[in-house]
Design a protein around this ligand. Sequence first.
Ligand code: FE2
Length: 222
Amino acid sequence: MKTDIHSHILPALDDGAISLENSIELICAMKSWGFERITCTPHINALYRNTPDSINRAFELLKNEAENRGIDIQLRMSAEYRLVPETWPHVIENKWLMPIEDRLILMELPISKPQEMGWIKPLDEFKRIITMGLTPVLPHPERYFYLSEKELMKYVEAGVKIQCNYGSFAGLYGSEAQRNAEHIKNLGIISYYGTDMHNMLYVKTIGDWFRQGNPIAELEIR
Ligand SMILES: [Fe+2]
């Protein structure tokens, strides 16, 4: 099934869609590319302190609007959990984990400042998730320029699945991220691809890339 496991299309919850109308616009673009299912994964981080309640409210709003407009696409709800002391411990304590496809947990690192993780050690947290019977997924490692290949391979060996962004291959985040994405692909460690959809620039860049003949990855649903 053509499924996106990473997107910021819920209205006004984070740095993604700014309104319900904008959410619908993003969904329609993704549907036109061939996506059949989209997982909404708003940020839970120091800046956007979302909870399952806030996410669920926006999700129901968008789901109803899409249904009312007759847009035939499956929507699912989860989150993108950042490993920072401001939110991650609350996620664990309050059982705020909402697995994608009943098993995947998107666990992102800070994009450019690893010190924002404070006392949190990513490998320990990935292992914690595995002992809970879930699968940690590291989104867009190609964008963490501070992350060494050695460290990345340690995560993979521990059971972390790798998700790269379509946009990275399309040049959305610049040439370094693009080169890193190609390199990670050549390492043969990518399990998932995601749109990480935020706004119309993503629509333009990723849309052009698909129109050039690049395919949507199929996700096997258990
Ligand atoms: Fe994201």
